[in-house]
Design a protein around this ligand. Structure first.
Ligand code: SAH
Length: 248
């Protein structure tokens, strides 16, 4: 699977051409392969029915939206808060567990120096590998490690947990993080947050900072009909933040 071109209509409908060697069929008619092949970056293509499409090469985010997903992935709104609170940047080394489909690991790899991701299930490891390859990432390492029991990495700037029982991973996180490093835990339900934060407060290696939830509300803007979209806000998860304080 690859994506060669992104096409977008004036109304914002997006289409992905996986190849320029075959015609692209859309609900607005089809575009001939020869036209796809010679399309100029930023140019306009017309389907056989006369519909216009703007065409450009895929950005990271266009490809990211097409990765394989099996386990529930962390939504973009929550990734945004993780990056903002921890300041992950091109110097950062980040540990992520469990990998799931590798969505978070892959997104962070596009801005960080190095990502190590731990996963216990072989089938998920295969999905992550194919997503890493699809996105062309060179700075993600996936390891078959149980985050509750062992740890293979040290001096990390940030550790992010998306695990069913994150409190069981606190000791591993203390070993993996450098002093001042951030621990972030993402959990969908309240009892998980309570057990994690209570365990963290008893642990001398960490200072607990806060727990937040991001509720993103999309708005409809059509002439003067400007209002929140009728569809409700779905729940994703809570994010808890702490900092490592002892050097070990
Ligand atoms: N954040 C991921 C989704 C993670 S889903 C994403 O954005 O794609 C949670 C994953 O944790 C599952 O794949 C599960 O197999 C894995 N997991 C559960 N317990 C684990 C453990 N002890 N160590 C490592 N991975 C674990």
């Amino acid at each position: 699977m690859a994506i060669k071109k992104v096409l977008i209509t004036q109304q914002g409908r997006k289409f992905y051409a996986k190849s320029v060697d075959e015609d692209l069929h859309t609900q607005y008619g089809f575009i001939k392969k020869d036209e796809l092949k010679k399309a100029k970056e930023g140019g306009i293509l017309k389907s056989n029915t006369g519909k216009e499409f703007f065409v450009f090469n895929p950005f990271f985010i266009d490809l990211y939206r097409k990765i394989k997903r099996d386990a529930q992935i962390i939504p973009l709104k929550d990734i945004g808060l993780i990056i903002a609170e921890t300041g992950i940047n091109k110097e950062s080394r980040v540990l992520d567990a469990g990998s799931g489909s590798g969505a978070l690991a892959c997104f962070l790899a596009s801005i960080a120096k190095e990502i190590v991701t731990y996963e216990i299930r072989e089938d998920f490891i295969e999905i992550v590998k194919s997503n890493i390859e699809f996105l062309g990432l060179k700075n993600v390492k996936i390891k078959n490690i149980d985050m509750y029991n062992e740890i293979d990495d040290k001096d990390m700037d940030v550790v992010i947990l998306d695990l069913p029982e994150p409190w069981k991973a606190i000791e591993s996180c203390a070993k993996a993080l450098k002093a001042g490093g951030f621990l972030v835990s993402y959990s969908p339900s309240v009892p998980q947050v309570a057990d994690f934060v209570n365990a963290l407060r008893k642990n001398e290696s960490f200072v607990y900072l806060k727990t937040s939830e991001i509720a993103e509300r999309e708005w409809e803007v059509e002439e003067r009909k400007v209002r929140p979209k009728s569809r409700g806000i779905g729940h994703s998860g809570f994010l808890s933040f702490a900092r490592k304080v002892e050097s070990s």
